[in-house]
Design a protein around this ligand. Sequence first.
Ligand code: GLC
Ligand code: CA
Length: 563
Amino acid sequence: MIDDLWYKNGVIYCLSVGTYMDANGDGIGDFRGLLRRLDYLNGLGITTIWLMPFQPSPGRDNGYDISDYYGVDPRYGTLGDFVEFAHGCKQRGMRVIIDLVVNHTSDQHGWFQSARSTKDSPHRDWYVWSDKRPANADKGMVFPGVQKSTWTRDKRAGAWYFHRFYDFQPDLNTSNPHVQAEILKIMGFWIQLGVSGFRMDAVPFVISTKGAKVRKPVEQYDMLRSFREFLQWRQGDAIILAEANVLPETDMNYFGRDGERMQMMFNFQVNQNLFYALASGDSRPLTKSLAATKPRPATAQWGLFLRNHDELDLGRLTKAQRETVFKAFGPDKSMQLYDRGIRRRLAPMLGGDRRRLELAYSLMCTLPGTPVIRYGDELGMGDDLALPERNCARTPMQWSTEPHAGFTESDRPCVPVIDKGAYGYEHVNAAKQRRDPNSLLNWTERIIRMRKEVPEVGWGDFKVITVRDPAMLIIQYDWRNNSVLFIHNLAEPPREVAFSVGLPGEAGKLLVNLLTEDHSRADDRGRHKLLIEGYGYRWYRVGGLDYLLKRSDIDTKTPRLPR
Ligand code: GLC
Ligand code: CA
């Protein structure tokens, strides 16, 4: 089947090695532990594992402060263990992408140590310096409330250095050709060890002009093209998934008009409006964000996610919309972060309500893009608000009812396992849910399987079928004479909805339900009338008389990109 652009229809699963599975009992997750869990992930239907940073790091920002790009942090294992892991994935037909964190290094990195030691250091110009305190030193912080400035004076260097993030993360001078060459070298290294691409961290900042004199930073988009070209030369099917929380107007600058830059980007616009839709029961802003982010090259794809390892950033919503989401999902100040977001996990945000969880996952799987699942969300794991900042949603994976959820045999796990309340590991764990045919885990496995059987979502052209009720979202995909249709009821009360599928002849008269036996036949006027339960969802294949015939097209035709 159409597999060359594998990322158009994958299912990505994000995890951090340190909190997934500990094999040697020292309390820290490791590659050997992860290797033992590959069959679990394969069984769930995951096609791609996204590993969060695992390179040597002082670990002050969950590994996003790297001190050596060419190694594995000894706490997680060795390079040899990494290769065994990569091989284990390959054996099972799963791909691996890894974080590429090159906007900044750790202040412990050898380059920074050398750069600060003397002005003549070959690495001096790898960072961004100023002799005096720049006028804008208290502007542009990414972590307001926690981070005080973006410039800090370094005594050793006798100068100020720029840091977009925390002060222990000095920004690399990415305009320096030596730094650019090093970034390519890092990519080449991990490609050679078997990864299929990178989740590139903080892309707008990587490509931005930096310096004390820069009043208005400008994005140097051409850099994206050179990253992309290098990757393609080394390995044709490798991709970059960009973390870029930007406005829809600039999306095309990141993808490239002809798809010559990033293959994938996270859709932050849809993410925020999706949470607004879940909070308010109003799908209209979500529909607008779908339209705004619709233009993209045929080879490009969105990464569609619900929660990630950071706070749920609501900064792109209006103030009133943001308040609505806060009120519904994070009313307490302790649940909020950086004046813009909510730091909780998905399940507690949705009150542990199975109907709402299924609704959210169903949306993630059927909105335009490739779903990106956060580890533990397949079980409905909770958070620990006693942990600082974003750490509350980064607790160890809950495997079983054994001590510390079976994550480790040590009495001192690196991060405390959730052991109290409704989300404690005795209630929420993989072993228990595996045995229960009605568990969220088994439901997720089934929905992933079905998502893979509707390649139209990844490949097709979509349109939103407008109905009067703002709580209803109906989205249709067309691809090569095949259509699928997804209906979601965002509100708690059941809703009746009537609509017709705008296709000629018999097509569109029959909607074949993909999840139950409950199909729909149109009335004489070609209208479907359905009753959708509160928070309900329907997945249909649009079929006329020749439905089966058309279905087989998908498997036999040679791949062709939509124009
Ligand atoms: C990205 C990561 C975040 C990290 C930051 C600095 O935003 O998602 O976790 O703190 O970059 O690397
Ligand atoms: Ca360990």
